[in-house]
Each structure stands twice: as C-alpha cells, then as structure tokens.
Design a protein around this ligand. Sequence first.
Ligand SMILES: Cc1cc2nc3c(=O)[nH]c(=O)nc-3n(C[C@H](O)[C@H](O)[C@H](O)COP(=O)(O)OP(=O)(O)OC[C@H]3O[C@@H](n4cnc5c(N)ncnc54)[C@H](O)[C@@H]3O)c2cc1C
Ligand code: FES
Ligand code: FES
Length: 1330
Amino acid sequence: MTYHCLHVLASVKMVAGVSEGEVSTSVLCFILHPTDSKMKPKSFMKVPGSSISLKINGKEYLVDNSLDADTSLNDFIRDGAGLKGTKVMCREGGCGCCVVGVRTFNPHSNTYQPLRALSSCLVPIYACDKWDVVTVEGLGSCKTGYHAVQQRLADFNGTQCGYCSSGMVMNMYSLMSGGGEKLTMQKVEDSFDGNICRCTGYRPILDAFKSFAEDATPELQQKVADIEEAWKGMGMCPRTGEVCDCKDDEARGSSSGPEPYVHLVLSGSEWYRITDLSGLYNILDSHRSEKVRLVLGNTGVGVYKNDGPYVTYVDLSGIGDLFSYSLKARPMEFGAGLSLTKMIQLLDEASQDNAYSYAAVLAKHIRKIANVPVRNGGSWGGNMMMKHDHPEFPSDVFIALETAGASVKIGSSQGERTLTVKEFLKADMEQSVLLTLYLPPKSPDTAMRTFKVMPRSQNAHAYVNAGFAARIHPETFVVLAPPTFVFGGIRADFDHATQTESFVVNKSLADEGVLQAALNILGGEIQPDSQPADASPTYRRTLAQALFYKWVLGIVGEVAGGRMRSGGSGLERPLSSGKQSYTTDKDTYPISEPIPKVEARAQTSGEAQYVNDIPHFPEELQAAVVTTSVGNANIKNIDPTDALAMPGVVGFVDHRDVRGENTFCKLSPPFNLELEPIFTKNRSQYAGQPIGLILARTRREAEEAVNKVRVEYTDAKKPILSIRDALARPDETLMKHFDPLMPCESYDEVVGKAKYTLEGEIEFGSQHHFYLETQVCICVPVEDGLDIYPASQSIDDLQDVVAQTLGIPNNRINIRVRRLGGAFGGKISRANMPAAACAIAADKFNCPVRLVMNFNTNLEAVGKRLPYLIKYKVGFDEKGKLSSVGGTIYSDVGCSYNESMASFAAIMSQNCYYSPVWHWKPVSVLTNTPSNTWTRAPGTTEGIAIIEHIMEHIAEKLGKDPLAVREINFIHEGEKDMMGKPVGPNQLPVLIQQFKESSQFPQRQDDIKNFNQENRWRKRGLSVVPMKYPVGYPPFFKYGILVSVYHQDGTVAVEHGGIEMGQGINTKVAQVCARELGIPLWKIQVKPTTNLASANSSVTGGSMGSELCAHAAALACKELMGRLEPIRTKKGQLPWVDLIKTAFQENIDLTSKHFYTKMDELKGYDIWGLACAEVEVDILTGEKQVLRVDVMEDVGVSMSPLVDVGQVEGAFIMGMGYWLQEKMKYHPDTGKNLSNSTWEYKPPTTKDIPIDFRITFLQDAPNPHGVQRSKATAEPPLCMSVCSLFAVRHAVSAARNDAGNTQPYLLAGPATNDEIQAEALTHPKDFKLR
Ligand SMILES: Cc1cc2nc3c(=O)[nH]c(=O)nc-3n(C[C@H](O)[C@H](O)[C@H](O)COP(=O)(O)OP(=O)(O)OC[C@H]3O[C@@H](n4cnc5c(N)ncnc54)[C@H](O)[C@@H]3O)c2cc1C
Ligand code: FES
Ligand code: FES
C-alpha cells in the first residue's frame, strides 16, 4: 500500500524537477539532487524488484535503484523526504544529532521490534526496506501541537543553539516508546551517551527528560507542574503526550514485513537482501573475485570509513538464524546479528544462572561500547569482524568474549566450523559468515572482571581494555587453573599476556612476592606500539599493569591493606543533579522573568531552520573543499583532471578563479594583521589548508572527487606543530614580539628584591569549538547580485570580504542569517572562508552553490583556541602577597598572526588581584597549523588561568591554603589595575563569605584530607577560583535594530544586528521590546538578521551582543512610544491594537530604528564570580570524575534567568572539556590533524558533568551601569572552569606525596588520563597489597 503525500510530492517535484502530474500518476520515488540540467529525470514507475519502501512518520516512500549503495537514511530523510528536522554533522555515529526512531522487523520472531533510536547517518537507505521510521516531525509541530517530549525539553530550557535538540528528542521518544522496563531517572541518564550538546552543559536536558521518569524527584515534578498547568502525570502516551487510549504502535500503522528477497542493481554496485544462509552462501560464492560488504547495523562505517569501495552489498537483517539465541542451550548460543543492546539484555538475563553469573560482567562491559543508538544498531558479529579485519581495533566485544573463553561458529558453502575467538581472528573469512557465539558455563570460583579505560566517561574507544578470568581458591587465593589475561589497545599483534598467565598458575595472588613478580613479567611482555594518535606506550603499559593490580585487589579484598583496597574498584558515578538559585524582579516582567527561549519549541520540533535546512535551489551545485595533505611544503602543481572525470563532478575552482582578491580577511590591526588566502596557491602552510572546491551534483560525489585532485609538493619540511617546536628553532621569523605591558626596565632586579621568588612554566592546549553545525554557506546568484546564507557571527565583515573577492560593490551582496547551530567564536572570521569560496564557485558557474564542510575537513582546515606556553617569574612575601608578576606569554597563533591574543591574555592575567608590578612580554608564535581564532572567552580564559596557576604555585611553595593566598591578593576598591585604572567595588569578599557558608567548604576540606590519608589509589581535590571579568564595550561594537509594528493587528516584528547562536539574544530582545511597548511577549516576532535592515552591525561576540541589542531595542521602542504619546494624551489609555490603528490613521511611522554605538555612552563594569570544584581521581588509571561544582556569579539583575543559567552552565562545561579532556594531536611528519573525528576528539558528554552542579546568582546586586541592570554571562564562567584542573592537581599532589615527591608541580591542560597518571607518579613498583 502506498500513501501519496502532498508534502512529499512537492519535495519530489522540486528535487526532481518534473511536473506534479508526472509524479502523482505513479508511485513516489526518490532521486538525490539531480541538479545538473543534463541529467534526465529518472523513471517514476515502480519496476518490480527495483525498489524498496519504507514509512516515515506513517507515510510510505518508495526508493528506486538510482541511489548509491552508501546513501544513508539521513540523506533520504533530509533530501528525499525533505524533513530537515533530523540534523547531520559527523556521519560517524559520534554526535547524535541525526538520531531517529525506527521499528524494524525481526526475522526470528517474525514481529516488528519496539521503537529504538538509531543514528540515521550510519544506516544505508537500502537496508530500510519496510522500516517504520519516526522523525522529530512525526511527533508534533506548531500546527499539530507539540509532543510532551518536545515541550519538556523546551520548557526546561534544554536548548540553546538547538542543533542537537531533535536528536535529543528522538532519543528520548524512542526510550519512552521502547516498551519493557519502567522508565527511571537512572535509565534516562544512562541513555544519552551518544548525544553531544556543546551549548547547554546537559543539566537542563537531563532534568527535562528525567521529569518523565517514574521516580522523578519532587523538585522535577514541581517544576513540571509549574511549567505546564495541564500536566497529566506519569504514564502518558509517548505519541500524544497525554493520557489516552490509543495504542502507539497501532496509531503508527504497522508495516507488513520486508520483501523476502531484494536484488537491486544500483549504479556501480548491487544490493541483496536475503532470508536464508544458503542464499547468502550462493551470493558469496558467485562474487568470489569481488569485495562484498555484509551489512548488519552498518555502524562499522562510523569507525572505518575507507574499507570500500564495494561492488556487492548483502543485507543480512532478514536471516532469522542470525537473530536466534538460546539461554537454555549449553553452551549458550547467540546469533551474530544480535545487536549489542539485545546482547546486554540477554547477558543480564543469563547471569541469573549460577554457571553464567559472569555474564553480568560481559553485559557491563558491552554497555561501555559506543552509545545507545550505535549499540541499538551494531551487532556483536559486526564488531568481531571489524577486529578480524583491523587487528589494531581495540574491540570491546573481543575483550569480553575472549575473557569468557567463548567460541564462534562460522559458516560457508563448504560447511560450518567452530573456533575459539582467538582462532577466529586468524581464520580465513573469504566467502564465510560469522553465525553463532557460544558462551561456556563457568565454575562458581571463577573470578572474572573486565576493564575499559577511555578518554572520556562514555562513548569513546579504549586507551587500554582488558579482561581477567581465573579460577581462584576462595581462601588461599591460589590460581587453580590456567587463567585468561587479555588486553586491547596495546599492539595489533598482542592480546594475551601468556607469560603472566603461565606464571600465576598454582600461586597465591595474596602473596606480595607473587604479585610483584607477575607485574614485572606483565610489564616485560606488554610492549605497546607508538602511534601518534594514541596515548604514550608508557601510559598504556603502566595502565595494563594497573588493571591487573586492580583485578588482584578486587579478589583479595580485605587481605589487602586498608589504604590499598579502594584501588580495587572503579569510579562509580551516582545520578547527577543540579540546583539553580536566582532572584527575579516581578515589577519588570517580562524582563527578568524566567521564560524558555522564544524559539525553543521550534528547535525541539525540528521546525527551526539552519542554513543547510534551506531547500535545494534549482540547478544547485554541491561544493566540497580540497585541502593540502602536508604542512610546511611548497605546492608545485594542482591537477584536478582525475577529479573532473568522476561521475557527477561539474567543475573545480581554485585561486585562478578569483576575480577580486584571494583573501577572506581585511587588514584591521590589532587583530587582523595578515591577508590569509581563500585558496592557497604556492604554499601549504598546514596540512588541511584549502586549495580549491570541487563542484558536483551531490555532496557525496563532490566529497569523493576531492581525493582525486592531485597535488604535487616540493621542499616539504618537518612541520612546526607547537610553541616548543618553534622555540627549538633559532628562527625569529616565527615570532612576533609585542610591547610589554607596564614595561619594567630591570624586572629581574625587581623580582630579586622580593622575599620569595618563583619561576615556572605552564602550558595550555587547543580546543575545537565543536559547533554541531559545521561551517556552511549557500550562495545564489540573483538579479541584484548575490544572495548569501552563511553561518556567520559577523555578516558585516563577510559582506565586505565577499564583495572584495568577487570585485563587486557591497550593495550587491544580500545576506540573511536566521540562526547558527553553535559558533563559540569559530564563525567570526573563519566563516568568511567558506562564504568567499562558495561565492567564487557560484560566480564562476552562475548557479546556486552549497558548501557544507564535512566535520573532518572542518577540523583540519579551520583554526581553534590558541595554545599557550607561559614562562613566569614572580616575587611575593611570606604570606604569598605578590610584589611582581612577569615573564613571557607565548601563544600559538597557527599559520598567521591574525587574531593574536597574547597581549589580551596578559591584561586578563591580573584577574582580581593586585600587584605593584606586572611585566609580561607577549609573543605570538607561528606554527604549521590553521590560523587559530576566537574561541569562547578567548584570552580571558587563558589570562585568568595564568595567574591562577601562579597562585597555586605560590601556595604550594609556602605550604598555604591556595584560597588564603588568593584572598590576600584581592584587589581593593580604588587600587589600580594593570592598566593604571582604579577598580570599583569588589564583590568578591561578599561572594566568598556566602560561598563558604553555603558550600561547607572548611568541612569538605577536612573530609578530603582524611579521605586522601585513608586511600592510596583514590584521591580527591578541591579548588576555588575567583574571577573579575571586565566588560568594556569597545568602540567597534555597533548594532542596528528595526522595530516594526503592523497597523492591522498591532503585532510587532523586530530585526536586530546581533546573531542568534544559542545565547538567547532573540529572547532578551523580545523581552525588552515587550516590556517597553507594554504588550505580551507573544505579539513579538524576532526575524532573521539581514544586511539590509541591520546594515553595518558588527560581530556578535565577546558576550556583549545580547546586552547591546537589548539596549538598542529599548531605545527604538522608547522612540516609538514617544511618537504614540500624543495620541495617548489625547485619547487616554487605549488598548494596544486601537492605539496602533489610531496612530496609523494619524500617519505616524510605526517603524523605529536605533543604531547602537559608543555614542550611547554605556559604561563598562566588572563581573565578579567564584567557582569551586571537587573531584575524585583514580590514581591507578588516571580517570577522574567531578563530584561537585558550585558557581556563584554576579550577573546584576538577570534579564532572562533561564537563559543566563544556561549560559553559565554551558560555558563552565565547555571549559571543563578544555581543561580535562579535549586534546588536539597532529602527525609529527605531515602535520595532519589526527583528532579530526568524533572517534578521536572528545568534548564532554552527559556523564562528564559534575555529579552535583549548583549555580547561584548573587542576590540584590543590580548593575547600575548595565543594560536593564544586568551583566553579561556568556563567556565569564568559562574562565572559572580552570578550578576543575586545580582540583585534579590537588588530588594528584596527594598521590605524589604518597609516592615520596613533595616538590611543587603544575598540571598542564588538558589533564587527560594519561597525563594524570604520569603526574601522579603512578608506578608498578608501588602496586602493593599492603
Ligand atoms: C561512534 C562509535 C563508537 C564505537 N565505539 C566502540 C567502542 O568503544 N568499542 C568497540 O569495541 N566498538 C566500538 N564501536 C564499533 C561498534 O561496536 C561496531 O561498529 C558494531 O558493533 C558493528 O556492528 P554492525 O552490525 O554495525 O556491523 P557492520 O558495520 O554492519 O559490519 C561491520 C563489518 O563486519 C562484516 N560483517 C558483519 N556481519 C558479519 C557476519 N555475520 N559475518 C561476517 N562478516 C560480517 C561487514 O561486512 C563489515 O565488514 C563504535 C562504533 C561507532 C560508530
Ligand atoms: S551525524 Fe549521525 S551521529 Fe553524528
Ligand atoms: S543546544 Fe545542544 S548543541 Fe547547541
């Protein structure tokens, strides 16, 4: 049965460029962007056996054989069905923004499975035959009413930029619809390991979804009751969001099962779907000479993208045998197609049997693999085949199964064979299929445990994973039989520690000598390889030994000394929670009213449009960026011939096609000192530098052709990849020295006069913005020039850059920005590059061009946060009071001196402290990496971190409490700051007093001391960082605003010159307008920003855009109200609509404009804040968890408390990512970015946030100088997040003391697990029992 749907007809008509009549007389089918006019429209008639069909939100779609085999469900949903609510970013299963709900057919049970979340980017569309897919549009919209999940996420302020929101909603919806177990808060918290949100810090998202749980806290329930009057309580229908009688499954309509046999001849490949093994063997035998891809979940492509190309695909999801299992059989049996999620459930069930109690260990380990949507799709069989084909893959399935002593059955037309898991890894799998897993029963005296230590709490591959299993005598702890000690992450050819396995047989693990000898043997046989993307071999070897030690400690229990025992367990994370305290002023509502963001529901329903959601234009071409592959080389030749011969490719542009200037920059000191090329010509300054664009009919065709552009390099030199690399070369051309601030002739002499002096060095790393919407731009040639849809924070610059590139006047450029899917500074200057490149292509081919940078290219091509190296020398007295601070601040600017922030960091290094002498020498250092750029709180974060490290260092040197050292250095009212300006009232003493009372700080300090004394391998740390963040309003900030009131109904449209990117600028502007005009908020619509109404508006950044646009809005509204005043005087208080109608009749202009400039004479102010973090560290592994964070900030009277809480939480978590886990690595020889994927780059996830997260806004602190009495919030909290690094440092210091080293030391950021373990001086010689 096929459903016709006008909505889809429209999109097919539009996409295919054929008439509606043609489409409606036949069955719907889908063709991907045939934008090339030479392409003939495909047949729309269904040819038997030439298509598959699926339902999306209950509507049936037919997919003919015209697509590539690797076209994903996501491609189809977005570009075929035209449903843009489902987003896409990484295409690796690593971000979660593409999650949809699916019901698929289980060939074993012959039923449809309950709805489950899947990453739509990984699923091939041809695997979706007869699938029932639910996207965010299927839940609700402004027209049909919003679903409870959408509402709750919006109302709990769980969206900022909103790019992650539909994935969040669909993950939650699938969880609620999945049936089975009751929904608990724990279950919710365990189910969001695959959804990244860079903006919110997760707390409000988790709260929103936990409010659906049966055990939701009274606070959450109360919040729901407060928000939704019509709250109907628990047990609501996930479809309607209300208590109702409908059966959700029925409501969706169930599809009949898939076609038993599918054979599609696609262009360049074939797709089969079969239902029995003999059919499969036939296909394999008849394609002996070809590379065949067996498809189960297809999640393997998220890890190994380049395994193809394949000419034959065989979908195994219809073979019932692969999905069968038996928990009654001995050994237990599990079909190879069972998903990891199903395996977890079955293993938990199996563990009820005494002989299989160990299965719970396996279930726990498999839970640590990937994330919910990947585990829902990925099978254990697929995982094992990945390990088979890529021996270096640190497979967790392999670790679990090998530890359990499992075996597997393999089938082929030649018969079946059963092999051990290890034998399987070496087996010839040509024309063979993995069929069954056998798990043996085990004797109850088996001590089995597996470990996985990874760079982040979840959704990450292992540094090292390991499994240990042995039969142990319960009293003597003697190993009774040959054990299994298996490791991953060491070397492709290493798995078993065979010598250690042999050594321990018949020996007691409770014997100290045995343990030491075993550790030595293990250390000898574990020889990790050295791969530039991996943690160091030393870490991985020590970690392997530490895991063995942990296993032993766990076995011997109380035989181990009291201080050692806790080393045996891992860090267990309880449920997280948060508290937010703020006051509001009802007299000024809606200003200061805690309301959700004005576009929140549009975001949670997928209605909010981002650049790449704009439907395709007729004749549109897709662009992909060609980049260099080595840094620091000359380019001899660029030859696109092979690429141009690829199917679908239409053209290539490079520097030769630039009619104007080949640069995306404008010279404007002090920040823009160089002209960076759009397309580099003769030189590759870094690996990943853009050379040109390939233009093709589809994104896929363009991206494939990119690799075919041949680039010849000459004179390639080893790239300079860090400040230390540059310093090691005596090459002054790599350095730009800036004048010292507060120059001091003889600084060394001045310092020398101090009672104490201290010298040190500290380094901070880089950070990718991780905006979920990658760099993107659409350019459309039009009659009056060029329409541009960029994702830019700075359209004024972008307008000029594009005009300069094309050599046309500014007034021929039309720009429109609705919103950005995250930016964090990365879309200020850097958005100019894709826009200029896209414009060149649109100009050359005279057609619309869309450039969506793929995630990997984005990471390679675009600059990030500047890394720093600081060499300091300070003087102070016996109390720690500073007398002189100075040294050299090196900042790594990447390949150009643009956006150098070393001087700014120097200024910010004074933070809230007074020193009579400051003498910093700022130096920018060139490296062969992309030119680094603004990244949330740039310069301020690093500047404050510099002085805070110095405070820590001084405290350690003097043996004092670091907070006491900080307090003694606080700047007082009237004292002069570094620039000679007297400071105003200092709020910190008030904040500290309040904080000490509310946080039980002294008590917690004592508790931590005791804890650290009692535990050798677990340590805790606590740190407080205060902040003074100056807000200045530099003269280049200018914003226009246009307020238009419509005379027919009195509704209001507003356009302002700021860019909405999640920070809530639209909400604050709307609140101010509503207040000033005296009308309800719903009467106000905030429109996209254009360069017509908001001409000459400057960059939105530096936390000031919201305030200044709100200020401009207030003045524009006041002006308007002034014009209405005479009518009011004449006619008294009229209702708003009547007032407007009358004004219109009296020829009053109902539009009002204000242009904010420094002429408005807003005064700057300081923001005061305080943050405290408490952490716990596993000294054996380097893992850490943040137990509690308190942030207190002076925000004046918050204009919009929910928005501001969101800014504070989000900024703090982004900072924690920077300080604790996000690491950028480059290949030492080529300079290629090795952290260019979600597999390697790890921003925080839901379980990296503080377990207890408290935000307090300072009460009764209106800002007399601020806009609407408020203060800015977007960046300052990030500056305080360095307290998390110091808390880790304190924990590590405790471990260093235990290791006998009491020398002061500093911990560089990011404090990744390997760094922590090394700094804690963790050494196997100390792995003792007592
Ligand atoms: C974001 C992400 C994170 C991940 N994190 C981890 C992790 O932390 N630890 C870990 O161990 N793994 C991890 N993985 C890997 C994941 O577990 C596997 O991708 C998944 O289990 C593969 O199953 P699949 O059904 O999707 O296989 P597919 O992708 O369908 O197939 C994978 C390979 O196996 C072959 N194949 C499939 N089934 C059979 C069969 N029955 N017989 C013979 N060949 C077959 C295919 O031809 C293909 O070559 C991660 C993956 C992603 C995308
Ligand atoms: S786009 Fe699918 S998980 Fe990132
Ligand atoms: S709101 Fe989650 S990524 Fe922006």
